[in-house]
Design a binder for this molecule. Structure first.
Ligand code: FES
Ligand SMILES: [Fe+2]
Length: 343
């Protein structure tokens, strides 16, 4: 069961063009494409005739034609053409979804349409703000999306999973502050005087750094990780300690109960014009997030072997536990409304 009344990322903007693209989101098949003027469209990817995926068909102007028997649907999901018959009943249609393009993503609303308010789209402006330079990608992960939420909120794993990439094996005893309200969970990890991470060493930081990680979760599954880093020891020829900021944007869209689409971006406030720096972060973070994928998929397999095997919670789990509880509460709150709407 998923939270439906919220914005999820359906695709990166660059993935969607005049070729229909099919993707399963929240257990529903969705096809996305662009109209001739570039406006994005999101429709149920299941023809109402015999359930063929519409993305296997083709675009005819702004409409999509099923590749099986040629039923043709407009951007609202209404069927406008059935080969061999003149009359098309209004009941012949597929579902359409509100979709908004913002911050280099297509955001989709899969809940009650009248509640779709674009002002609630997560603030991922770092992805297209001229003060920042961002790289990113979409990673498919064979694990429940909440495992990834826990992973991103509890960064105690970084010293172990990512010691050779974006982590420092030294970062095991941070000062932690926790905050929460009804609609966010925040964990602040402060690690003064740790050995520099390999990725920050490549940027030119001193061998010892002060690094903070401000992790903010909001539902559905959006996580900002703000990482200010500073030299903690003098560097020859440098009058001022170097200070830089990296912002990692994460949005996870459930695919099924046991798989998800992980959209991430790594934005930085330095070397904005440097392609070399962009290439470096794309390569390093892709490698690091595949380290997460590896452990999450192994974790998912273990969970499926015995879903009732016990677990323990420790101090570092506070944020993940709060986020999962928040999601359970919000999903629970939606159930009576959805039942009432169906009735
Ligand atoms: S299944 Fe789409 S037209 Fe028949
Ligand atoms: Fe990680």
């Amino acid at each position: 069961m998923f939270l439906r009344n919220c914005w999820y990322i359906a695709a990166e903007s660059r993935e969607v063009g005049r070729e229909p693209m099919g993707r399963i989101l929240l257990n529903e098949p969705v096809v996305v494409y662009r109209k001739e003027d570039g406006t994005p469209v999101a429709l149920e990817d299941r023809c109402c005739h015999r359930r063929a995926p519409l993305h296997k068909g083709k675009l005819v102007g702004d409409k999509i034609q099923c590749g099986y028997h040629g039923f043709t649907f407009d951007a609202t999901g209404a069927c406008t053409y059935i080969p061999g018959q003149e009359r098309v009943s209004a009941s012949v249609c597929v579902r359409s979804y509100p979709v908004v393009e913002r911050h280099r993503y297509l955001w989709i609303w899969m809940g009650e349409k009248e509640k779709a308010d674009p002002s609630h789209i997560p603030d991922f402006h770092y992805n297209d703000d001229p003060e920042w330079a961002a790289v990113g990608a979409c990673l498919h992960v064979d694990a429940n999306y909440l495992l990834l939420v826990e992973n991103l909120i509890d960064l105690s794993h970084v010293a172990f999973v990512h010691a050779s990439t974006i982590g420092s094996a030294d970062d095991t005893n941070p000062i932690i502050k926790n905050e929460r309200s009804d609609d966010f969970v925040r964990v602040i990890r402060e690690a003064p005087g740790i050995a520099c991470t390999p990725s920050m060493a490549a940027v030119g930081f001193a061998p010892v750094i002060d690094q903070k990680k401000i992790i903010t979760f909001t539902p559905g599954s959006n996580i900002w990780i703000d990482i200010p880093t500073r030299d903690a020891v003098p560097v020859e020829g440098r009058n001022q300690p170097m200070e830089r900021r990296v912002m990692i944007l994460n949005a996870i869209t459930p695919e099924t109960e046991r798989t998800c689409h992980y959209f991430w971006a790594n934005a930085r406030d330095f070397d904005l014009e440097s392609q070399e720096r962009s290439d470096f972060f794309l390569k390093t973070v892709t490698f690091a997030f595949n380290e997460d994928k590896d452990i999450l998929e192994a974790q998912q397999r273990n969970i499926e072997l015995d879903p009732h095997a016990g677990t323990v919670n420790v101090n570092a789990d506070w944020g993940g536990v709060q986020a999962v509880r928040m999601m359970e509460r919000l999903i629970g709150d939606e159930q009576p409304r959805r039942a009432a709407n169906v009735a």
